[in-house]
Design a protein around this ligand. Structure first.
Ligand code: HEC
Ligand code: HEC
Ligand code: HEC
Ligand code: HEC
Ligand code: HEC
Length: 174
């Protein structure tokens, strides 16, 4: 049973690599390292998480409860910006989107290929800091992908004796 599953998994990968063809390069290690796209509103982590010391989980509420770390809904911003800095053109833009019920189209920065599985909750539960994987976000004017997010990067950490995390293929590929 176990080996059948592994075989299926391997066959899946072979198919994937074959089908992907030219696209394999797009998955090459470290492709997005250093990626720091301009966002539709220049939201600064340095200011909010650094200077004002707003806890990461005030905004990224699901990170310790689920696979995904949600990006905050606009009402979280409006808790403050209904009153704070309302004369700013960016806050006007934010308020208009909020009133129109149109979410801000934030550009996703960290993005693993669909055939991989990641789970925030398990890492947070083991005390791995956000900064270990995301860098010093509290000093970033604009979010940047600091880690390579390659398989080697994941597996190297899983192999560390202090973490002793699973390294079987189906941990991250299912
Ligand atoms: C806990 C309160 C608080 C929350 C929550 C908050 N902000 Fe802010 N934000 C501030 C403060 C305070 C400033 C600085 C105002 C100043 O410079 O006078 C600021 C500044 C800004 C600025 C810079 C405005 C300018 O023109 O200088 C932007 C843009 C911004 N916030 C966007 C957001 C967004 C988007 C969210 C939600 C994801 C958010 N903020 C959530 C308190 C908050
Ligand atoms: C006031 C709300 C707020 C706080 C506090 C906050 N963030 Fe964010 N975070 C956002 C918003 C909005 C975005 C999407 C826009 C962007 O990327 O700048 C975001 C994006 C991110 C991303 C990039 C997600 C992606 O697309 O890959 C990471 C990583 C992140 N935050 C980590 C953190 C960490 C770590 C902390 C604490 C040190 C933190 N955030 C504190 C609002 C917040
Ligand atoms: C073990 C490494 C690791 C740790 C620790 C970690 N992250 Fe992430 N984070 C990632 C990876 C990998 C992704 C991309 C996930 C994907 O594309 O499926 C990501 C994506 C995100 C995103 C984008 C939304 C999503 O879930 O794809 C946000 C926001 C984020 N992380 C915030 C945080 C915050 C806040 C913390 C700390 C409370 C944190 N992360 C801790 C590795 C980590
Ligand atoms: C800084 C070290 C570190 C990095 C980097 C890291 N992990 Fe982990 N990972 C851990 C630890 C610690 C655990 C928790 C093991 C446990 O709970 O026993 C874990 C658990 C997991 C689990 C849950 C395993 C299960 O049994 O359900 C998955 C899935 C996972 N990691 C995927 C990834 C992926 C994919 C990456 C790279 C994008 C990654 N990890 C990067 C340390 C790390
Ligand atoms: C701790 C998480 C983790 C484990 C364990 C893991 N992988 Fe991966 N794997 C990843 C991530 C993340 C990627 C995507 C990033 C990359 O291509 O480096 C990936 C990519 C791949 C790819 C695509 C490579 C490419 O360049 O397109 C293959 C094939 C693969 N893994 C096979 C395996 C096999 C076989 C095993 C078991 C021996 C395994 N993986 C174990 C996280 C993991």
């Amino acid at each position: 049973m176990k080996s059948a599953t592994s075989l299926k998994l391997l066959a899946g990968f072979v198919a994937l690599v074959l089908v992907a063809g030219g696209a394999t390069f797009a998955l090459s290690p470290g492709k997005n390292q250093g990626y720091a796209p301009a966002q539709p509103i220049p939201f600064s982590h340095q200011r909010h998480a650094g200077q004002f010391n707003i806890p990461c989980m005030y905004c990224h509420t699901t990170v310790e409860k689920s696979r995904h770390a949600s990006v905050p809904a606009m009402n979280v911003c409006m808790n403050c910006h209904r009153l704070v800095k309302t004369e700013s053109p960016y806050i006007k833009q934010l308020t208009e989107s909020y009133d129109a019920g149109k979410p801000i189209p934030w550009i996703k920065v960290h993005d693993l290929p669909d055939f991989t599985f990641f789970n925030h909750k398990r890492h947070i539960a083991r005390g791995v800091q956000c900064q270990t994987c995301h860098g010093d976000v509290q000093n970033m004017e604009r979010i940047k992908q600091v880690a390579p997010l390659t398989m080697g990067w994941c597996v190297n950490c899983h192999r560390q004796p202090e973490y002793n995390a699973p390294t079987s293929c189906d941990t991250c590929h299912r």
